[in-house]
Design a protein around this ligand. Structure first.
Ligand code: OGA
Ligand code: MN
Length: 284
């Protein structure tokens, strides 16, 4: 097997094949893959990864320290014995959900409601439906670049409030969200334009699931600008749509991407995935 690294989209996405990341990937190959991740807009598509949970966790740790998910809202979906792995699935076995259903069906960046939001997420497609269940990725650096200088300067001075309370009645309305969960991550302000700590790229930073308003503005005042920005970032020019193959391992950079999981596969087939989450810096 020879390592092959290929860009597959002008904005987001690099496909990697001919390598098994579960075995002891040498540090030279890892460095090459990591650099391709940064250079290719923040999404790696690693094909044909037959990975045990231990291997998935070990590979994820090469990107940084993992966010321990114990005690968080996704607790019911952790893989038993592996608190670092969160299951996303539409499967139900003996009345028990095998993972969180319809996770991420809105444009978001993982864990942006936290002070130290997620750096990377690694999602392993263990079972995928024959069609449907695609995941979309929007390149937030390209979206920023395409704005006028005047708009860039205006946005550069703004911050957004990310509040998980919004998710309680929205994307998490079918989950248990307690006061303890909410108190653990009080509403936080993050810059609307963040600078990627490794590439230096300026990126829009938004999350439709938890952003309530622009700091210092009312929700009503914020809405037209936020609506424009969500529509702008998710224009087809900035979006890559991933059609899953079994044993794809996707690594996405939450610092420069938003993603959206299309929940269109009810009755089409089973989808079962394992996710790890790599802790990040405080957005600046
Ligand atoms: C996630 C998520 C995407 C998907 O796991 O963070 O948004 O396609 N899932 O399941
Ligand atoms: Mn997500």
């Amino acid at each position: 097997m020879t390592l092959s690294i290929q860009r597959i989209h002008p904005v987001v996405g690099t496909e990697v094949s001919g390598v098994s990341v579960g075995s002891n990937l040498d540090s030279g190959s890892f460095q090459q893959i990591y650099q391709a991740w940064l250079d290719g807009g923040g999404l790696l598509i690693l094909r044909d990864q037959e990975l045990s949970p231990e291997e998935h966790i070990a590979f994820s740790r090469r990107f940084g320290e993992l966010d321990p998910l114990e005690g968080q809202t996704v607790m019911p979906y952790l893989l038993p014995g592996y608190p670092e792995i969160y299951r996303v699935s539409n499967k139900v076995k003996d009345g028990v959900k095998q993972g969180r259903q319809r996770a991420g069906t809105y444009w978001h960046s993982d864990n942006s409601h936290k002070e130290y939001a997620a750096k990377a997420s690694l999602l392993h497609g263990i079972e995928v439906p024959p069609y449907g269940g695609d995941t979309l990725f929007a390149g937030m650096a390209a979206a920023y670049q395409a704005l006028s200088g005047t708009m860039q300067r205006l946005l550069g001075g703004l911050r957004c409030i990310h509040d998980f309370e919004k998710a309680k009645s929205g994307s998490f309305k079918n989950e248990t969200v307690t006061d303890r969960h909410l108190n653990a991550t009080p509403a936080i302000s993050h810059p609307l334009v963040r600078t990627h700590p490794e590439t230096g790229a300026k990126c829009l930073y938004l999350n439709a699931g938890v952003v309530t308003h622009i700091e210092g503005m009312t929700a009503e005042e914020s809405a037209p600008l936020l609506d424009f920005l969500y529509a702008h970032c998710t224009r087809p020019e900035f979006v890559y749509r991933h059609r899953w193959r079994r044993n794809d391992l996707l690594v996405w950079d939450n610092r420069c991407l938003m993603h959206y999981a299309v929940a269109d596969y009810d009755g089409v087939g089973d989808r079962y995935m394992h996710r790890t989450t790599v802790w990040g810096d405080r957005p600046v």
